[in-house]
Design a protein around this ligand. Sequence first.
Ligand code: PMP
Length: 431
Amino acid sequence: MPDLLARHRAVIPNWVALYYDEPIEIVRGEGNRVYDAAGRGYLDFFAGILTNMIGYGVPEVREAVERQLASGVVHTSTLYLISGQVELAEKIARLSGIPDAKVFFTNSGTEANETALLAATCARGSDQILALRQSYHGRSFGAIAVTGNRSWKNSSYSPFNVHYLHGTDRHLAQFSDLPDADYIRVCVEDLRHVLGTAVAGNVAALIAEPIQGVGGFTMPPDGLLAAYKEVLDEQGILLISDEVQTGWGRTGSAFFGIQNHGVTPDMMTFAKGLGNGFAVGGVVARGELLDGLPAAGVSTFGGNPIAMAAANATLDYVIEHDLQANAARLGDLIIGGLREAAARLPIVSDVRGKGLMFAIELSDPATGERSPALANRFMEETRRRGLLVGKGGLYGNALRMAPPLTLTEAEAKEGLGIIVDALETMSEQAA
Ligand code: PMP
């Protein structure tokens, strides 16, 4: 029997990427740690791409799911009442701050964004969408069409006419000297210019990630999305906040990422962390926008009793343990530590983040060029030291990290120590 990697390569498409020179199979998890098939333990600073939001083996989630399994009912379909679904929708509607909100549940972030974009285009009678450069919104035709990152754009076929805005590209020469307020001003002027030149009639919506996940945790200055919304409001253009990575208190300073901008959007989409590993996504929006779809719709598995049990237990846990405050406190500790280390480590060209969502960029100290090779090295060096991290960014040189929100202070210091140690080793070798 060939090994698992060879069998994987034989039957899984080659674009389903695996991390590490020698890929890991995770076979066990407990708290904020996972263990591979060889029995090696890792502190998990990527959490299944920000999905295992409260860690592994959480009794509250397991018991909720086991109770549902014990009833014999795994699935009923939304043709019948599902109390867990109503309960979760009530909580999310309340937390969203969106007036008269309703919620539609899906199985993924992609489907959530499809639903939001569909609702926006129907409400506005327009197929024109605004999106941010460097964005990622999923892998369906609609989601790819609003994705502004060429390495994830498999097709230019599009159900929408899309125009891209600035907001997370301050590294470009024309913006690099601008302080926040000036950058926001030129971005808003550009939005007005796009609306004055490139569109025809109504525009449906702007879709934006408050912090771009796949983009490498790049983010607009706080307030930009509020400034955009002021212009959008003049024409009734809707704002969709893609909270797939930024929701549920992860950014520390707000429960939903968009709230860092001091604005309430018309719709928010979510997925990843809500089910702590169980597949659940959805849209929360002003009720009239979701009610306004002209034809029937169903997501067969969306809102299923198992996913709802897991999600209710996860969300309750986040709130009861005030994990947003934990994210704020430990995020400051780690980001502060990374900034301090970066000041003496020339391979680190940027440190950014909010709460437990932080990234570094690595560049060649000799040339100043962004270095995907150093990013790959960092992956291996941290793995060797027992820490899992993620990679991303438009240029392949960003390392993104987002531990479970249940991270302890000791684990935050342990992870920070490993990161700094790996960077120090690499810097010595690069010098
Ligand atoms: N939006 C954002 C911001 C994401 O990060 C992702 C997934 N990386 C998606 C949407 C798509 O979610 P899914 O993979 O669950 O379809």
